[in-house]
Ligand binder design. Structure first.
Ligand SMILES: Cc1cc2nc3c(=O)[nH]c(=O)nc-3n(C[C@H](O)[C@H](O)[C@H](O)COP(=O)(O)O)c2cc1C
Length: 335
């Protein structure tokens, strides 16, 4: 058994986190979210431990900007040696936490024997967690479902969590629906199995000392406040990606910080130096603008502004003047 070396209040300080999402939560999106909330924990997309091991370009997989802290790297894998190596690399790279993905139901991930199918192999997961804990000194957390296929009773969930807790898992982020590995694709597995918050609550009631974070279907800051009455943390995925601006009062409403008076134009202005650096390093503006576009909604002319940003950012010669202009247009319109 691995002793838990982190204090509970240290582990529970991130009351809100922005979920790992493949093809969404890349470093550019995280920099955007960091303008919106300084306090919340941000997650990378899943990085497969095996890919990290064989990669000739680890910087590309691991690099992040200093302003992204606090940041958790999400790892995928089922090989304790590779995961321990990846955990050590992540700590050396400066990540604040490491999360193991036990929730992804995609067939590709399943064929690699990791992601959600690992809920059927708690001892393998425990072995991975123990090895990761031994190889680094930052928290190891896990993100999982209520269950998979027919392994989805409350007893099974509690047993799974207990085994992982004994192995040293520091926080449990629970996507409050089960996954059907046979029959539903990943997208369907994020909508069709019903959300069952009461089952996560039952787990929290039975294991009050464990740090348990609720995920799935949280759409507003008020949902978060409600969730935090019961759980140690809440994780928001799609609603943060698609509607980033509605989260601009997180730091005041959830973390009790002074209200920052953010506006859409101010957020874009703050990103401009980062975007310029990206362009100077041969990056494309669209890689950043594709996330910024979601900021522009719920205001007059949103559709026109989004279209303009989209079209101009995708041209070969797209430069920083495009972001400057859109920020100015928003500012002139009082946004
Ligand atoms: C496009 C997309 C990609 C995702 N990729 C990951 C992933 O790499 N790792 C993971 O643990 N969950 C992944 N998820 C699941 C989310 O982290 C989250 O658990 C799920 O969307 C439920 O939360 P929400 O209702 O707040 O979106 C992904 C979700 C979406 C929509």
């Amino acid at each position: 058994m691995i002793a838990n070396s982190f204090k509970k209040n240290e582990l529970a300080k991130y009351r809100l986190s922005i979920a790992p999402m493949m093809d969404c939560t890349d470093r550019h999106f995280r920099v955007l979210m960091r303008q919106i909330t300084k306090q919340s924990l941000l997650y990378t997309e899943m990085i497969v431990a095996q890919a990290l091991h064989y990669s000739k370009n680890r910087n590309k997989l691991l690099d992040f900007d200093e302003i992204e802290h606090p940041i958790s790297i999400q790892l995928g894998g089922d090989n304790p040696n590779l995961l321990a190596e990846a955990a050590q690399m992540a700590e050396d790279w400066g990540y604040d936490e490491i999360n193991l993905n036990i929730g992804c139901p995609s067939p590709k991930v399943k064929s690699g024997n990791f992601g959600a199918c690992l809920m059927g192999k708690p001892l393998t997961v425990a072995n991975c967690i123990e090895r990761m804990k031994k190889s680094c000194n930052i928290p190891i957390t896990i993100k999982h479902r209520l269950g998979i296929d027919n392994l989805d009773s409350d007893e099974y969930l509690m047993q799974f969590v207990d085994i992982c807790s004994i192995a040293g898992a520091d926080r449990f982020i629970i996507h409050a629906r089960k996954a059907w590995l046979n029959g539903l694709n990943p997208k369907e597995n994020r909508t069709i199995p019903p959300l069952e918050y009461e089952r996560v609550q039952k787990l929290k009631n039975n294991r009050p000392k464990l740090i348990i974070e609720l995920n799935g279907g949280i759409k507003t800051i008020n949902d978060c406040i409600k969730g935090l009455e019961v759980f140690d943390g809440v994780m928001v995925g799609r609603a943060a990606y698609s509607h980033p601006f509605i989260w601009s009062t997180i730091d005041s409403k959830i973390y009790g910080q002074q209200q920052a008076n953010l506006s859409r134009s101010k957020i874009i202005e703050e990103i401009i130096p980062y975007a310029q650096k990206h362009l100077d390093n041969e990056g494309r503006l669209w890689q950043i603008s594709k996330h910024i576009i979601n900021l522009i909604e719920n205001i007059p002319n949103a559709k026109i502004l989004r279209q303009e940003l989209s079209e101009k950012s995708q041209t070969q010669k797209a430069d920083i003047s495009i972001l400057k202009k859109i920020a100015q247009q928003l500012k002139d319109a009082g946004h």
